[in-house]
Design a protein around this ligand. Structure first.
Ligand code: DGT
Ligand code: CA
Ligand code: CA
Ligand code: ZN
Length: 599
């Protein structure tokens, strides 16, 4: 972990311990704030850790916390944090990872029922004692049970946005080793899945043993699971701090991910990439196809089946194709499927595959927050961020008044912001088109948080559900339909409200939503944040087939969020999305026509 990441995670953990101990709210917040502040820094704290002035100059860091940062960097620990940890049972902090279980409840379960770990929690749910806690009851316990199920089902699967930078780091590391000719990741990560079980990395190298040795000695390797001539498997510590998304990773105190490294022969690179990219289901179908054509396919190549036993490559048989994936698919007479399509969802029988959307096709961000609500960017910083991306349009869509905890704007503040946007537009001129917008809350009954006149004054309206996310499916359908049918709404933001590994979200009748969205030309958002990816791939596919418009937006709260666009694009590609069907890819005037059609 980087210095910043380990500082952030130490403060995060300390804040959690304080919550369990029922400490003063002010102190808890101070520590949580340090974690957030450090997470957002772009400079490395290691260099200024001994300089109290420089530390306290950072917003969110005071004199006391600065001293703790110095202690942490110097000694590797903070004595006060260790004392906190000693007062809390070891298994207790893990309970904070259970969706639906807040620190107050965990504390009471511990103090009043003696619950110290997940096993005891389960027992207390089964024997009814948990429901017996005052202010808890059967409904809350049901919610906790669901949360626990979710956590256990997702255990160990890493969100895409954590796995991708890690894998890129490992590939870069391997590429620098002597004699390494090629290195790339394969597996579910290359297919752009929203969560990743383990990382699969392939290498071509002169000296396989040296590569395995260097890999197993990498500084982030926590333990070596297996090491052989062609493959080694290790557990690697996560090289990033998860910040406020930490709960998404389940209950491991020190989360780690398995990484499989395979050194493969140069001449079978394509076959190995094809095989280890998967998916298993796709490969199975492809092998059946090979067999029908009198061929056999494995990770070394595509071979003529000569009826003999044993792997053809070890009997000196030359493959029909092996060097590139394209060669293999061509030889099997199937249209080349991009990795994101390889899920056995019709890609192998298609006569033609769509030209999938690419990152470079995005020309606008239609969902951006500023410091007016819960964003970290000023209006100008948000605009500059969009300019740096080469976009023609940025929409300012701060939260609406119901989202009070996110600093949502009421009508008056919205009007004031509109003035500021006019002034900013003057300043930026034709370097960027700045749209006045709102991410307006869809209330539980489907009504919107602003009246029609207010919405009509805006260039773009993103309507999103933020509360009542465990609503019954029928109620959720009605609610979202009402928002889609609203004449002022352009985009349905993160339509289900799911959080990967943490919250299931709404389960509306998607086909009804898609039909209505098409009719009213409302774009359905693929929220590109890797904790959301909402709509998810399968929904996108159905929406694309239904002829809906899609939006890929980063829901920008900080500059780094623009980088999440690629995860949204991967999800779009997994849903067979083209640039044509994505409103963010349209030229400015076409986008304008669409926006104005609702005014
Ligand atoms: P994950 O790691 O659970 O997110 O998913 P994958 O798809 O990365 O699966 P993984 O790591 O078990 O294997 C990587 C690829 O290797 C997989 O997508 C296809 C290939 N593969 C692994 N085992 C088998 C197998 O038994 N049969 C076939 N046909 N392919 C396999
Ligand atoms: Ca994998
Ligand atoms: Ca694997
Ligand atoms: Zn938002």
């Amino acid at each position: 972990m980087s210095t910043n990441a380990s500082i952030a995670s130490a403060f995060e953990h300390a804040a959690a311990l304080m919550e369990l101990l029922g400490e003063d709210k002010f102190r808890i917040n101070a520590h949580a704030r340090v974690a957030r502040a450090v997470n957002d820094l772009t400079t490395d704290l290691a260099s200024i850790a001994g300089d109290p002035k420089a530390l306290t100059a950072i917003e969110g860091i005071g004199a006391k916390t600065a001293a703790k940062i110095t202690e942490l960097v110097r000694t590797g620990k903070v004595e006060e944090f260790d004392e906190l940890a000693a007062r809390v049972p070891a298994g207790l902090p893990a309970l904070l990872n259970v969706p639906g279980l807040g620190p107050k409840t965990v504390r009471r379960a511990w103090q009043e029922l003696g619950i110290e770990d997940v096993a005891a929690l389960k027992a207390a749910m089964d024997d009814g004692s948990l429901a017996g806690l005052p202010r808890l009851g059967a409904k809350a316990v049901e919610k906790i049970r669901k949360g626990l199920d979710q956590l256990e089902r997702s255990a160990g699967r890493l969100p895409l946005g954590i796995a991708m930078p890690m894998a890129e780091g490992i590939v870069a590391f391997l590429s620098t080793l002597d004699g390494v000719e090629r290195a790339a990741f394969a597996g579910s990560l290359r297919r752009g899945k929203d969560t990743i079980g383990d990382l699969d990395i392939l290498v071509v190298a002169m000296d396989a043993a040296a590569v395995h040795e260097a890999f197993c000695a990498h500084e982030d390797v926590a333990s070596v699971i297996a090491r052989g001539e062609s493959k080694s498997s290790v557990l690697m510590k996560l090289s990033v701090s998860l910040g406020r998304w930490g709960r998404a990773l389940g209950s491991d105190a020190e989360p780690a991910v398995q990484v499989d490294l395979r050194v493969v022969p140069a001449e079978s690179w394509g076959a190995a990439m094809q095989y280890f990219t998967g998916s298993k289901e796709h490969n199975l179908k492809l092998r059946e196809r090979a067999v029908k054509q009198g061929l056999t396919l494995n990770e070394y190549g595509l071979f003529k089946d000569d009826g003999e036993n044993g792997p053809p490559q070890s009997r000196g048989i030359e493959p029909v194709a092996s060097e590139s994936e394209e060669d293999i698919y061509r030889a099997l007479k199937v249209v080349f499927p991009e990795p994101e399509l390889r899920e056995d969802r019709g890609e192998l029988s298609a006569k033609k595959l769509p030209e999938l959307i690419q990152l470079g096709d995005l020309k606008a961000e239609l969902h951006g927050h500023t410091t007016e609500s819960d964003g970290k960017l000023s209006l100008d910083e948000l605009v500059e961020g969009a300019i740096a991306r080469g976009f023609h349009t940025i929409a300012v869509t701060d939260h609406s008044k119901s989202s009070a905890q996110a600093g949502g704007l009421d009508e008056k503040r919205l009007r004031a912001q509109a003035k500021q946007i006019d002034e900013a537009q003057e300043r930026f001129g034709d370097r960027m088109r700045i749209l006045k917008g709102s991410e307006v809350d869809i209330l539980a009954d489907g009504s919107l948080d602003f009246d029609d006149d207010t919405l009509a004054s805006l260039d773009v309206v993103v309507a999103s559900p933020h509360t009542a996310l465990s609503q019954e499916p029928a109620a959720a359908t009605k609610r979202l339909l009402r928002a889609i049918e609203h004449p002022m709404v352009h985009i349905l933001g993160h339509p289900t409200g799911r959080l990967i590994n943490a919250r299931g979200g709404l389960e509306p009748a998607m086909d009804e939503l898609f039909a209505a969205a098409k009719e009213h030309s409302v774009a359905l958002e693929i929220n590109a944040h890797w904790m959301r990816l909402d709509l998810r791939d399968t929904h996108v596919r159905a929406a694309v087939e239904a002829g809906c418009l899609l939006a890929i937006d980063c829901d920008v709260h900080s500059l780094g969020d623009f980088d999440n666009a690629r995860y949204g694009v991967l999800t779009g590609r997994r849903g067979w999305l083209t640039a044509e069907q994505c409103v963010n890819c349209w030229p400015a005037d076409r986008q304008s026509d669409w926006l104005k059609s609702k005014r």
